[in-house]
Design a protein around this ligand. Structure first.
Ligand code: NAD
Ligand code: TYD
Length: 339
């Protein structure tokens, strides 16, 4: 089995590459990544010499490059993680989100149509459902919840999802979509809530909490997400959407306090800052479908996952210190020129 994994130098994509190489040692994994600010080649160094792994620096919007890769590799499956993924950046500049998340998805699917594919899997997000009110804890996102987006990021992901379903209906492309809640774990880029708070705590820097910190996210350990995608691409039904989430809702402020506590830092580091524009209040996934159809359940409890994650950041300072210092961008310029 040859699988193209796009965005495999990012947070979830890299964890998925590791998962697949370990769980399916006979598969060939081709990682296609543009290495934007969020992609980090050093993340993949443990697998670079694996004969079943190939890294290709490429933009998913580069039609010629993508088609050439399909001609070379004859992939059986494509799993598309490549995306601009940070809501705050999408509020500053939506355009690259539309380009990568929507146009890039269409280029990948056109290549799948041109060269044939057993499965195209789109890694999507629960954010396409918009948000839920804080005073209705009985409500959850199911696969039939209407798409109702808030940010340019979630809109671009929703646009891609609609296109994926359209390629299925119009061209018969064998697609699946997963919509997952917030992930956390190793190799999470330190602009997102959990790694940012860990790194700032370790530097005794202020911990910027948006608004009152009452927004709720449903946190899932990244390995549980990777297992879910592995199950969907092998056993999921073509043309279906699967929600992935662990019934682990937490307020932002409680997460930040927990991180302070775990690292022995004072809560006085917490600084309430201006709220995010259009800030979604609550995300909460109902994972009944993937549980009933594919037998998936999360395995890592938040109390254990957050401890593992904090330990990982303590033991892998070099990884995030390079990112913070910008050294890794210099490294790309040396490796690949200025592109
Ligand atoms: P990330 O920002 O850490 O990684 C994105 C990766 O995509 C990077 O390696 C980047 O270099 C690459 N990339 C960006 N633009 C590209 C392009 N044009 N061509 C090729 N590669 C490109 O993101 P992540 O958090 O790992 O998220 C991965 C996917 O999962 C995204 O599609 C995201 O929408 C989705 N998702 C993320 C979460 C989460 O909590 N992080 C939750 C649900 C879904
Ligand atoms: P984030 O990690 O950006 O994920 P998403 O917006 O996709 O859910 O943010 C998670 C939550 O944490 C979100 O409600 C915004 C909030 N947040 C802060 O309060 N401070 C921060 O510095 C960041 C990055 C996020």
């Amino acid at each position: 089995m040859n699988i193209i994994v796009t965005g495999g130098a990012g947070f979830i994509g890299s964890n998925f590459v590791f998962h697949m190489l370990e769980k399916h040692p006979d598969y060939r994994i081709i990682c296609l990544d543009k290495l934007t600010y969020a992609g980090n080649l050093s993340t993949l160094k443990s697998v670079m010499d694996n004969p079943n792994f190939r890294f290709v620096k490429l933009d998913i919007c580069d039609r010629e490059g993508v088609y050439k890769l399909f001609e070379e590799e004859h992939p059986d499956m494509v799993v598309n993680f490549a995306a601009e993924s940070h809501v705050d950046r999408s509020i500053k500049d939506p355009s690259v989100f539309l380009q990568t998340n929507i146009i890039g998805t269409s280029v990948l699917m056109d290549a799948c149509r041109e060269y044939g594919i057993k499965r195209y899997h789109q890694v999507s997000t629960d954010e396409v459902y918009g948000d839920l009110p804080l005073d209705r804890p009985d409500l959850f996102f199911t696969e039939t919840t209407p798409i109702h987006t808030s940010s340019p990021y979630s809109s671009s992901k929703a646009g891609a999802d609609l296109l994926v379903m359209a390629y299925h209906r119009t061209f018969g492309l064998p697609v699946t979509i997963s919509r997952c809640s917030n992930n956390y774990g190793p190799y999470h880029f330190p602009e997102k809530l959990i790694p940012l708070m860990i790194v700032n705590c370790l530097h005794d820097k202020p911990l910027p909490v948006y608004g009152e910190g009452l927004n709720v996210r449903d946190w899932l350990y990244v390995e549980d997400h990777c297992r879910a995608i592995d199950l969907i691409i092998h056993n999921g039904t073509v043309g279906e959407v699967y929600n992935v989430g662990g019934h682990n809702e937490m307020k932002n402020i409680d997460i930040v306090k927990l991180i302070c506590h775990e690292l022995g830092k004072p809560e006085s580091l917490i600084t309430y800052v201006q709220d995010r524009k259009g800030h979604d209040m609550r995300y909460a996934i109902d994972p009944t479908k993937i549980h009933n159809e594919l037998g998936w359940l999360p395995e890592t409890k938040f109390a254990d996952g957050i401890k593992k994650t904090i330990s990982w950041y303590l033991e892998n300072r070099e990884w995030w210190e390079e990112i913070i210092s910008g050294d890794y961008q210099t490294y790309y310029e040396r490796m690949y020129g200025q592109s």
